[in-house]
Design a protein. Structure first.
Length: 165
């Protein structure tokens, strides 16, 4: 836990890259926290996880993302009616506040991690050349980033510790 806290302090001014699943949790929670447990793509999370994620994200000056993450996020947020409109509004707000880095897909598919991770996570992995903190609950992405010597925190680890800032 101390390591995670130290990494958060170290990177507050640099930025935080949050993977797609966690950003989806964040936006569904912003849309309607009670929806988290019964939306098919966030049902494994609890409102407490959303609150924890929000606390972590609030520590950072900049949210870092990629067009690949945003595209996947937009497609996975397939809520209906008023919730869809609220989700899209939070999506727009998030995009406007984030710093987006774009590596062309033809470059990303040449990254050694592409075969294992697919396009979106390989694009995240390709950003390991920057000094950001990476936050994920995807074990394969987490291990890939660790092997590259990247500062990465596994959100699942924080969930189990009942991490608080």
């Amino acid at each position: 836990m101390d390591d995670a806290f130290q990494l958060i302090r170290k990177h507050r001014g640099n930025g935080l890259l949050v993977d797609t699943n966690l950003l989806l949790l964040y936006l569904v929670g912003k849309t309607n926290p009670s929806r988290i447990s019964n939306f098919k793509r966030t049902s494994r999370y609890k409102v407490e996880d959303f609150n924890l994620l929000g606390q972590i994200m609030a520590q950072f000056k900049t949210l870092i993302t990629t067009p690949h993450v945003l595209t996947e996020l937009s497609n996975l947020g397939d809520l209906q009616g008023e919730e869809r409109l609220a989700f899209r509004s939070w999506f727009v707000h998030t995009v406007e506040q984030a710093t987006e880095f774009c590596d062309e897909s033809r470059v990303v598919v040449k990254d050694p991690s592409f075969d294992r991770l697919g396009l979106t996570d390989a694009a995240i992995s390709a950003l390991s050349r920057h000094s950001y903190l990476f936050l994920t609950d995807d074990l394969d992405l987490y291990l890939t980033l660790l092997k590259r010597g990247v500062d990465v925190v596994n959100f699942s680890y924080l969930q189990h510790l009942r991490f608080t800032l």
